[in-house]
Design a protein around this ligand. Structure first.
Ligand SMILES: [Ca+2]
Ligand SMILES: [Ca+2]
Length: 89
C-alpha cells in the first residue's frame, strides 16, 4: 500500500517537474516550507524519483547531487543554490 502511494507521488512529481520552473520545483521539494531544502528533504525526493523509475541506490545518488548543489557546504540548499547549479534539474 505504501509503495503504491510512493509510486503515484513520484509520477505526479515527474509530471510537475516537466512543467514547473525551478522555483516551483524548489517549493515542492521544500516539504516543511521553511524556505530551505535540507538533506533529508532532498534525499526523500530523490528516493521518490528513484522509486518511480524502479531504480536503486538513491541514497548515494542523493548525497552526490546534494553535494554538487550545496555550494557553501552548510548542509542546506537555498533557492539560489538549488537553481544556480549548472545542468541540475
Ligand atoms: Ca525545508
Ligand atoms: Ca548551502
Amino acid at each position: 500500500m505504501k509503495k503504491t502511494i510512493i509510486m503515484i507521488s513520484a509520477a505526479v512529481l515527474a509530471a510537475g517537474t516537466a512543467l514547473a520552473g525551478p522555483e516551483q520545483l524548489f517549493k515542492k521539494w521544500d516539504t516543511d516550507k521553511d524556505g530551505k531544502i535540507s538533506k533529508e528533504e532532498f534525499t526523500e525526493m530523490t528516493r521518490a524519483q528513484f522509486a518511480g523509475k524502479g531504480k536503486e541506490g538513491y541514497a548515494e545518488e542523493a548525497a552526490k547531487r546534494f553535494q554538487k548543489r550545496d555550494a557553501d557546504g552548510d548542509g542546506i540548499l537555498t533557492l539560489e543554490e538549488f537553481v544556480s547549479t549548472p545542468g541540475a534539474k
